[in-house]
Design a protein around this ligand. Sequence first.
Ligand SMILES: [Zn+2]
Length: 178
Amino acid sequence: MSKRGRFIWIAVVVMTFNMLCLAVAPEELVIGKWSNSEASLFFYGQGIGREITGGGIRFFRYQFPSEGVISLSYGGEESVAYSIAATSGELRLTATNGMETIYATAGGFTNLCAVNRRQLEGAMALYAADHEDAGPMMAEDLIPAYLAEMPHCPDGGSYYLGPPPMCSLVEHLTGDDD
Ligand SMILES: [Zn+2]
């Protein structure tokens, strides 16, 4: 193969590889459980996450304002942006001051109804944080500002806000995913 031919071949391989990497949306890469010695992060989908540290448990909203950036908002004014690099095994968040935090995957979710109820619980907590601690009167109050859509129970159950959010299928209420 000529030098030029080899160059074109390599360029095509590199471009294809880049396109494959970009084809996975950051949302798909982060959904699941992540942890390190200090904290656990849960990304439930619909932009709702939960953080557990020695200091307590709190929900956050996550968004991807631009490529390679994730912002976490904890209700009220508090919002933090990080550069994000995610693979299937590792999540790397770099703060604007350069401080890097690395999380290892702690697995995916298996209890999808529990994940849906966490989405509702998180959306309600973030709604309350923005409304002087008053929760939503009905699920419609959460959509679309806190959830894009009402989650659907995988087995057709109906959700009640509670709190805590419940599924009409009682057998779904045993065993949480996290
Ligand atoms: Zn259910």
